[in-house]
Design a protein around this ligand. Structure first.
Ligand code: KIV
Ligand code: NA
Length: 262
């Protein structure tokens, strides 16, 4: 099967074929997700929370992102790998954005880049697309705005969200993440704009869905937003396995003869 490309996203929206996106941060997990035929692997700056253990995404650096995007892109044979631009790697100017996004495309095998913001990022998105860098937008709750917003809250201003979504689509992005907005607003955005919407906490009316993989796997237990569906309880599994290992080492039950060299 050929690798997924941004034009596939446009076609899938037209066909009504839903798009699946998951986050990935390392080679081993990305390999498994790609084998499961997830359409798109987003190396999200949620890295700061679920890998680094910070309480926000703000501390993640461009160099750290490049290190992780490289690992994920090395694993993905089919999925479109999208690199998330971290806080202050693109906000200063379109020039800064092109230089930062350019590093992802020149130093890794990723094939698209994501950034946050609607109207306020439209000129930057346009400049990136003119530089031939495929862009995924992100509006609604934008976690890099946490200090201004004062918390991770549902965004309910439909007029603002619609204006932001149209601005991203008109600037030339190939897809748009809608985070933490009411389902009816997400459905309206999805009907009005030409590019596919990828929802997280945005209801079933989007063209696709994205989840943070450690949330979906039950690995990240820091907090559990309402929009997360846990498809596995790997946190419990890992604790159980490690507890048994500790007991077996303690009792001498591990290793046995087959696990040793004669
Ligand atoms: O950083 C991230 O993982 C994201 C997704 C939640 C959309 O931006
Ligand atoms: Na992000």
């Amino acid at each position: 099967e050929p690798p997924v490309t941004p034009p596939d996203f446009a076609r899938w929206k037209q066909q009504g074929r839903k798009i699946s996106v998951l986050t990935a941060y390392d080679y081993t997990t990305a390999l498994l997700l790609d084998q499961a035929e997830v359409d798109c692997l987003l190396v999200g700056d949620t890295l700061g929370m679920v890998v680094q253990g910070h309480s926000t995404t703000l501390r993640v650096t461009l160099d750290q992102m490049i290190y992780h995007v490289e690992m994920v892109a090395r694993a993905a044979k089919r999925a479109l790998v999208v690199a998330d631009m971290p806080f202050l790697s693109y906000q200063a100017s379109p020039e800064q954005a092109i230089l930062s996004a350019g590093r992802f495309l020149k130093e890794t095998e990723c094939r698209a880049v994501k950034l946050e913001g609607g109207r306020r990022s439209a000129a930057t998105i346009r400049a990136l697309v003119e530089a031939d860098i495929p862009i995924m937008g992100h509006v609604g709750l934008t976690p890099q705005s946490i200090r201004r917003l004062g918390g991770f809250k549902v965004q309910r201003n439909a007029d603002e969200i619609l204006a932001d979504a149209h601005a991203v689509a008109e600037a030339g992005a190939f897809a748009l993440v809608l985070e933490c907005i009411p389902s009816d607003v997400a459905a309206r955005v999805t009907a009005e704009i030409s590019i596919p919407t990828i929802g997280i906490g945005a209801g079933a009316g989007c063209d696709g869905q994205v989840l943070v993989t450690p949330d979906l796997l039950g690995l990240f237990e820091g907090f559990r937003p309402r929009f997360v569906r846990r498809y596995a309880e790997l946190g419990d599994e890992i604790r159980k396995a490690a507890t048994q290992y500790v007991a077996d080492v303690g009792s001498g039950a591990f290793p046995n003869a087959q696990e040793s060299f004669q």
